[in-house]
Design a protein around this ligand. Structure first.
Ligand code: HQG
Length: 178
């Protein structure tokens, strides 16, 4: 039996009203819209005031010495130096730990502890940080004023680099300052 015989089209009788228009497509609830990237600055202690579900990130040298500054606090708080070294990340890449269901990102911006990062390496490593956030489904990322202390980068350059690297992503970045 052909389709036509099985399901003959029923001609609509003359003069009958048009079928009712389909119901309007419900508006997409805002919660379903993809999150937009934001960078906000917030006064507070990264380790006290950042949401416990946020990933954390900071800058380190490839040798992972983390001898001073906030890197030293990260080392004392999260340990994992051997685990990080085993990832064999180089400048422009990001090593990571998982602690209490959150990611801790170690952004490698320079090769040696005595170096200062170049702007290019800093920008490259932020693009990789975004990629890692997207890879692991990170939507909340809390950071200190990365690169602006021991690494001597200007806050304006750092914020501009973050905006460029994360533009178009759905990561909400909070930059904490003391
Ligand atoms: N609890 C807290 N909450 C919020 N903000 C906090 C804070 N504690 C400190 N800050 C501030 O966070 C900014 C950056 O702090 P830093 O100067 O340490 O980091 P940086 O990114 O400039 O430099 C990294 C390189 O320095 C390190 O040591 P090495 O020399 O390499 O051994 C690494 O290894 C890297 O390579 C400064 O404003 C600090 O006041």
């Amino acid at each position: 039996m052909s389709n036509q015989e099985a399901y003959p089209s029923t001609p609509s009788p003359q003069g009958t009203p048009d079928p009712p228009a389909p119901p309007p497509t419900p508006a997409t609830p805002s919660s379903a819209l993809p999150e937009k990237f934001t960078l906000i600055e917030r006064k507070g202690d990264l380790f006290v005031d950042a949401p416990s579900t946020d990933a954390l990130a900071h800058c380190v040298s490839q040798d992972l010495r983390m001898g001073k500054g906030i890197a030293d606090i990260f080392k004392k708080k999260f340990n994992g130096v051997e685990e990080l070294k085993a990832q064999k990340r180089v400048v422009g890449q990001v090593a990571y730990l998982q602690r209490d269901d959150r990611y801790i990102f170690y952004v490698i911006t320079k090769s040696d502890v005595y170096d200062k990062p170049t702007q290019k390496d800093f920008e490259t490593s932020l693009i990789e940080l975004r990629r890692m956030c997207e890879k692991f489904g990170v939507n909340g990322l809390s950071i200190p004023r990365i690169g602006t202390g021991l690494d001597g980068l200007s806050l304006d350059f750092v914020k501009d680099s973050i905006n460029k690297a994360f533009e178009g992503s759905s990561v909400k970045v909070t930059m904490f300052y003391l």
